[in-house]
Write a protein that binds this ligand. Structure first.
Ligand SMILES: [Zn+2]
Length: 883
């Protein structure tokens, strides 16, 4: 790291269009390019797997798994021991060539198994044969079972989820991403099942006992975490995309709901083949809908798994805009087929290469194929959340050491995804689209079927562009934190000059480690075209005539905050109507962040809010809603809360009254999305008319489902649940229990879980202990109860009282994540202390990291409440008195 080095402040003066870069300061790439020998990990690098021939027989009744494998290995230097990964399984026998292992030792903590042999295994190629038994679980890691409702009653299927390190729950393996090998799977399943894996089926034969053996073609070399197996009473719909068979696999009777996904995948395959310059390398690509087990999606090579409602679209019940979410998640997972699957990060310290890039590519693809969605503009909340995390003391660099599996789980956070996405976007903007893509194509070509570090990516982009990519980008990936650009204006004659300097932007961190970035600061408009200065210290730029409004970070592309001086903020505020929606949203977002950081008074933000109340842009309104709901949450139990909610209702009502409950013919889709968002928030803020109308519409819907447009169903159902009486609560649960549609099932149960009445909250929590819902939804059910301010204590006491039962049910990630996440619903120091002393949450190093982050979040909220809430309440009091 070179961030805190001392160096005289460089002064850089730019005028008009001129792009003047500071001389590269020679920030060395601290991280070396990929080398297998230097890659972190636990397994010895002296034995390499080349190919697994894997034979699995899952028993869906006993939830057990028996298997055998024959692994072609290459021994680099003679050894008497082989060490590989295995967890929660029993090894029955192991042999190399014709010699059986003399001892088999499992290390539960390290998740390894060691085979000792009576004689050294000579250097060269050998065959390792292992037979083993393992388990099928219900908590969504390794091979898991899901029971789901159908018209013919409950059915059971199996699926897998292996990232980061759960292949070792299915078969003994070199389960670290740098150990790439091909895999040829054979699996024995009931005759009526459809079995799906990474590659196409190469043959099937009945085994005579109502079962069949299904063999799959061998995969190319790949990391074990990308292996997939799903099997059940499933069906597949397919389409051809440039010679690749694309399929949607779903529970029998549902594949037609995969039509939109299938069309999308065909479009995306064409787009990505072109973008990456390498055609999709496998003969087929399945999108597999799984009705439980996990909440999102997983990019297994050639067989992507999705939580069912993230993939399927039912025109009778799904809001038409659900297509955006389906497109985005498919675009993300398909980008991984190249970025992650074909070229894989060497170790989990670089997981951002996978996730930041795929998150960026999904938005890039959406902008290319559906420009009317304005994906960058509308996904700004995602980045704002990451910038909030990144401003805290417990943030971490995008690239950071990962010591073990529990820590690898913590890396899948907003820094990895959303900051990673934002940095890639900023780098693309800095290089230009064409040079950036040329670098990506060269990177793909050079590293296909292999591994990389971030340095390999910067090297390829630098070679393609000739710009100092590593020096700029590594400042954002190798150190945590958000740059703050402080802008001050002065007048020389009639010419406006702006001085820029940088600091580290922090929230609730009084003594941060000082840091320094090379920030590509862009100055927008101001009478001329945009200009970029690479800010490394301080700079001065010319910016039109005195008093002209100057907006930095136009279109919100850069990963930095801006603090304007009073004159600049006043000029921007006066001309706010002339800024683009992205700039209005960015100005609101930065101003609110400065309030959270204690750098400016709440009035600065609320004054801006007053200036944009005529704004109906969804992204802009969203930047108002986020602080309002945040403050409302902090006001729980305070006497000033009601006055604040009245203010919030007044602000949002003025927007909603222009939009109304019913869609105008051919209105823009974003208007429909803004409508549902406003109804939801106004309902939560206790707007009586909204709540009454929602109840009325829900009652009508029960009699005639077509009376309620699909776009309004989620919001209206949610409000009906929040303000439910006994009859409505029972109705919601009956609807949830009666449907076979996963999207509706989630909607009804979660609406019931948000009920205000404590009696209903208790009944909902009791469901969490039954087998009524798949375990993935159990966590969501409890979290929904806990997110209602009045039930925080109830939910937390329930979790403590049933900790052992929930821990057993929800699996090994529960302890590390769930208590910490649940306690962030509290905003007081006492609960932060309670979390800090709650031992089960800190049993692993990953758990300690997550606990420390949650503790910081709670304390940040507590201190904000003490320091800034009084000023917020004072401002609201004056404002409401003036109305
Ligand atoms: Zn991803």
């Amino acid at each position: 790291m070179t961030s805190s080095r001392k160096q005289p402040l460089a002064r850089c003066i730019l005028a008009g269009l001129m792009l003047l870069l500071l001389p590269a300061t020679g920030r060395a790439m601290a991280e070396p390019v990929f080398s297998f020998a230097a890659t972190p990990g636990k397994l010895p690098k002296t034995v390499l797997p080349n190919h697994y021939a894997l034979d699995l027989t899952p028993d869906l009744d006993k939830l057990s798994l028996s298997g055998s494998e024959s692994v072609d290995i290459e021994v680099m230097e003679p050894t008497e021991h082989l060490v590989l990964n295995a967890v929660d399984m029993t090894i029955e026998a192991a042999a190399v060539d014709s010699e059986a292992a003399s001892a088999i030792t499992s290390d539960t903590a390290a998740q390894t198994v060691t085979f000792a042999f009576p004689h050294p295994i000579a250097a060269g190629r050998h065959q390792l044969r292992i037979s083993f038994t393992g388990r099928i679980n219900r908590f969504g890691r390794g091979l898991f079972a899901v029971d789901y409702p159908t018209q013919e009653g409950r059915k059971r299927m199996i699926s897998s989820h292996l990232e980061p390190s759960d292949a070792r729950r299915i078969f003994p393996s070199w389960d670290e991403p740098a150990f790439k090998a091909s895999i040829a799977l054979t699996v024995t399943v009931p005759q009526a099942f459809l079995a799906v894996s990474n590659m196409p089926v190469s043959g099937e034969e009945p085994t005579g006992d109502g079962k069949k053996r299904v063999a799959f073609q061998p995969t190319p070399r790949m990391s074990t975490y990308l292996f997939v197996l799903a099997a059940g009473d499933l069906e597949r719909a397919t389409a051809d995309a440039s010679g690749v068979t694309v399929g949607v696999v779903a529970a029998r009777g549902k594949s037609q709901q995969g039509r939109y996904a299938l069309d999308t995948a065909v479009d995306l395959l064409r787009y990505y083949n072109d973008y990456f310059g390498i055609a999709y390398p496998l003969p087929k690509l399945d999108l597999i809908a799984v009705p439980g087990g996990f909440g999102g999606a997983m990019e297994n090579w050639g067989g992507i798994t999705f939580f069912e409602s993230r993939l399927l679209f039912d025109p009778a019940t799904s809001a038409s805009d659900a297509r955006r979410g389906i497109f985005n998640i498919i675009a993300h997972e398909m980008a991984h087929q190249w970025f992650g699957d074909l070229v894989t990060m060497a170790w989990w310290d670089n997981i951002w290469l996978n996730e930041g890039f795929a998150s960026w590519m999904q938005a890039k693809a959406a902008e290319a194929l559906h420009p009317d969605w304005q994906t960058w503009l509308n996904s700004d909340g995602f980045r704002q959340a990451a910038m909030g995390e990144d401003a805290r003391r417990t943030t971490h660099p995008i690239q950071h050491p990962i010591a073990n599996e529990s820590e690898a789980m913590t890396a899948f956070d907003s820094i990895t995804y959303a900051k990673g996405q934002a940095i890639i976007r900023m780098v693309e903007n800095y290089l230009g689209e064409d040079l950036f893509r040329a670098g990506i194509r060269a990177y793909m070509k050079q590293h296909a079927y292999s591994n990389t570090t971030t340095a390999d990516l910067w090297g390829a982009l630098q070679a393609a562009s000739g710009k100092p990519v590593a020096a700029v980008a590594s400042g954002f990936t190798e150190q945590g934190g958000v740059p703050l650009v402080i802008a001050q204006t002065s007048c020389v004659g009639d010419t406006q000059r702006i001085t820029l300097r940088q600091e580290r932007f922090t929230i609730h961190d009084p003594a941060p480690q000082p840091q320094r970035w090379q920030v590509p600061v862009v100055r927008g408009g101001g009478g001329g075209a945009d200009a970029t200065v690479l800010l490394d210290g301080a700079a001065e730029i010319a910016a039109g005539r005195c008093g002209d409004p100057v907006k930095l970070n136009p279109d919100d592309v850069g990963y930095y905050r801006v603090q304007y001086d009073a004159a600049m903020l006043a000029a921007l505020s006066r001309s706010i109507d002339r800024l683009t929606p992205a700039d209005r949203a960015n100005l609101l977002g930065d101003t609110w962040a400065l309030v959270e950081a204690g750098r400016t008074a709440p009035a600065a933000f609320f004054d801006l809010v007053e200036r944009v109340t005529g704004d109906d842009n969804r992204a802009v309104v969203d930047q108002i809603i986020r602080p309002l709901t945040r403050i409302d949450h902090l006001q729980w139990g305070r006497p000033e809360r009601e006055a604040f909610r009245a203010y919030g209702r007044a602000v949002l009502r003025s927007v909603f009254d222009r939009i109304g409950w019913d869609a105008a013919p051919s209105e823009p889709a974003d208007r429909a999305l803004l409508r549902t968002r406003l109804i939801g928030v106004l309902g939560d803020f206790g707007d009586d008319a909204i709540v009454a109308e929602a109840k009325l519409r829900f009652a009508k819907f029960l009699g005639d489902p077509t009376s309620l447009p699909t776009a309004l169903r989620a919001t209206v159902t949610s409000l009906a649940g929040r303000y439910a009486d006994r009859a409505t609560y029972d109705t919601l649960l009956a609807l949830g229990r009666g449907t076979t549609n996963t999207d509706e099932r989630v909607r009804y149960y979660m609406a019931a879980a948000s009920a205000r009445d404590p009696a209903f909250a208790n009944e909902t929590l009791a469901i969490a202990l039954t087998d009524e819902l798949p375990t993935t939804l159990v966590g969501g059910l409890i979290s929904t109860v806990a997110s209602q301010g009045e039930h925080r204590d109830l939910a937390w006491n329930f979790v403590k009282a049933n900790f052992a039962a929930l821990d057993a049910k929800l699996g090994p990630s529960f302890k590390d994540n769930f208590p910490a996440s649940l306690l962030t619903n509290f905003t007081d120091a006492a609960h932060a202390q309670e979390l800090a002393s709650f031992a089960p949450a800190q049993a692993t190093s990953g758990g300690r990291i997550i606990t420390a982050r949650a503790y910081e979040r709670i304390m940040t909220a507590a201190d904000f409440s003490a320091q800034q809430l009084p000023a917020v309440n004072e401002w609201v009091k004056r404002r409401m008195a003036a109305r």
